[in-house]
Design a protein around this ligand. Sequence first.
Ligand code: ASP
Length: 287
Amino acid sequence: MIALALHGGAGAKAGRDYSVEIANMREIAQFARDSLLNGAKAFDIVTEVVRQLEDSGLYVAGKGASPNAAGFYELDASLMNGADRACGAVTALQGFANPVLVARAVMEKTPHVMLAGEGAGLFAHEQGFEPIADEAEYFTRAGRFESNHPPGTLAHGTVGCVCLDSYGHLAAATSTAGVFGKLPGRVGDTPIIGAGTWADGQTAVSCTGQGEYFIRVNASAQLAFRHAGGQALGEAADATLQQIVNMGGEGGLIALNAKGEVIVPFRSQGMKRAWFSGDSEIVSEAF
Ligand code: ASP
């Protein structure tokens, strides 16, 4: 059994045309399905899917990132391998195209889980990641097109992926530029294991939305522990998202379990997403 879900953020706005993003997500999901059928591992797939989403420039992550209030691009990413709960993260990383790859290197090359800011950048340099030569030219600022929220609200965008491979292993990855106009140094849920990203032996979760609220309910770990305790996947997600809504927050998530059940719930105007389970058709949509 293989299954996968990916998202391009719960910042989708009603009435806007997301046909380019929908086609892009479908293409990436098809690539992932072909790779999984050829024996690829879940952890490699979530890394590669998020890297492709970052590189597309279509979402508020990687190339599509928006700057913070001071005009700098500070990017966050994390990923987690379900089988052994190995994980890595970077936050407020500046100057590199693929935070998800740096997060993976943190996991594989250091005894740490997360590196922040300048230290994350130094580490990326040491690991041989190519710095972005000209940020003004590189970033497409996909967020520009979604930042029509009133000032003071947490408008946002993110990418993520959860996967079950043919060996029965799960993994999750998430990457973002955070909320629009964030204060320098602001950290959202995306790089925080247990808030924006989680994978264990039974459940994998990647969240998107107003990270301040996802942190407050420890969203991805809460969902997984509810499911481990016997709650159905959909019920566990609804209970978690309801807490966020009750506090005045919005967002969504993608999750799947070791049986290949996939859910893509959201409590926002829309959420760009694509998924399949087993032999099912790939679904790709925004609302
Ligand atoms: N959760 C992300 C953050 O708060 C933003 C998003 O998912 O759109 O940084």
